[in-house]
Design a protein around this ligand. Structure first.
Ligand code: PMP
Length: 340
């Protein structure tokens, strides 16, 4: 498929000057910073680095890419929004997304006044290639959002490359849960496909949801667009500092992932013995989509016992999405479910 970045970027952005600050050049030097109307007093009085180089260097190394291929967001949520705002004209353009999939693609599309076209997943929650090709032949959608492993279904999407190859717009592969799965990250496909953007996050496997750090990967040309148009200080100083500290201890992060995966296995085995449960869908993430005889009832019973699960996706009747917690949390969940 022919890919033309020029044609995809919203025309008015081409000549738009982004916010310029020279501050980053002088980080670490003894300077009088009288340029940004900050308060000279206080513990958090200075703006953070606009381009968090140290964090980027660290994340580039972990993911085996160059810093120039990276862009960061205040959570990958923010990067989903930026993607729509960089490429799609409100009131005119549309996005293509899987159904069911992560609701924020749709919520942002509504906020950005974009049309939404949906690709219904089959009973295994996979895309159908022939239906996809048919949709693609008719659509003018500029963005395709693929989520793998998919939220809320938990499965990985098979043969991602097929969809990337057969879409002439930008393909966003959201890998928020990839570290929990056996799948290989699509980051390795970046050199092959200039229309590919991969999103990851420190919120899930890295255990830093509170720091709000999302990571985007793309060609240098595309990454430059995000770095130009992001808000100047979108990653707070504390988040940059704390994330770097946490990332120094990768073995601990790996160990936590292993613990979660072991608990996931235990949870699956125990859930399968609960009579109220009709089906536990295969999951490559740190949650299960579980079909109940009566999900609303189960949800309420769990809530009465101070356990919050997720009963949200309109396309999934009688299903709860349940995250894998600690051993104690999972045991409590299983106890309550066994009693209903
Ligand atoms: N993508 C998917 C598939 C998600 O499930 C989530 C969080 N629920 C996000 C992106 C956003 O993650 P964050 O903003 O915390 O990085």
């Amino acid at each position: 498929m022919e890919f033309n970045l020029e044609k995809l970027v919203r025309p008015h952005l081409k000549d738009l000057k982004s916010y310029a600050t020279l501050r980053d050049i002088y980080v670490g030097e003894k300077m009088f910073f009288l340029d940004a109307s900050e308060n000279p007093f206080g513990e958090f009085n200075r703006y953070p680095q606009g381009n968090p180089v140290d964090l980027k260097t660290c994340l580039a190394k972990i993911n085996g890419v160059k810093e120039a291929n990276l862009f960061l967001g205040n959570g990958s949520d923010e990067l989903i929004d930026f993607t729509q705002r960089i490429f799609c004209e409100p009131g005119k353009d549309s996005i293509l997304m899987m159904n069911p999939s992560f609701v924020m693609y749709e919520i942002y599309a509504k906020m950005n006044n974009l049309k939404i076209e949906k690709l219904n997943l089959n009973s295994d929650f996979q895309l159908e290639k022939s239906a996809f090709l048919q949709t693609v032949s008719k659509t003018e959608a500029k963005l395709l959002f693929l989520c793998s492993p998919n939220n809320p279904t938990g499965n990985a999407i098979e043969d991602l490359e097929f969809y990337i190859q057969n879409f002439s717009g930008i393909v966003v592969v959201d890998e928020a849960y990839i570290e929990f799965s056996k799948e290989v990250s699509a980051v390795k496909l970046l050199e092959k496909y200039p229309n590919l953007i991969v999103l990851k996050t420190l919120s899930k496997a890295y255990g830093m949801a509170g720091l709000r750090i999302g990571i985007g990967f793309a060609s240098e040309e595309v990454a430059r667009l995000y770095n130009r148009f992001k808000p100047p200080y979108n990653i707070s100083s504390e988040s940059q500092k704390l994330a770097l500290e946490q990332l120094k201890n990768l073995p601990q992060i790996e160990e936590n992932i292993s613990k979660i995966l072991a608990e996931k296995e235990r949870l699956k085995n125990s859930l399968s013995q609960i009579s109220q449960i009709v089906k536990i869908y295969p999951s490559e993430a740190n949650f299960f989509l579980v079909e109940f005889k009566d999900a609303e009832f189960a949800y309420k019973k769990l809530l009465e016992n101070k356990i919050l699960t997720s009963l949200r996706h309109p396309a999934l009747k009688n299903c709860l999405r349940i995250s894998v917690g600690t051993t104690e949390e999972n045991s409590k969940l299983l106890n309550v479910l066994a009693q209903i």
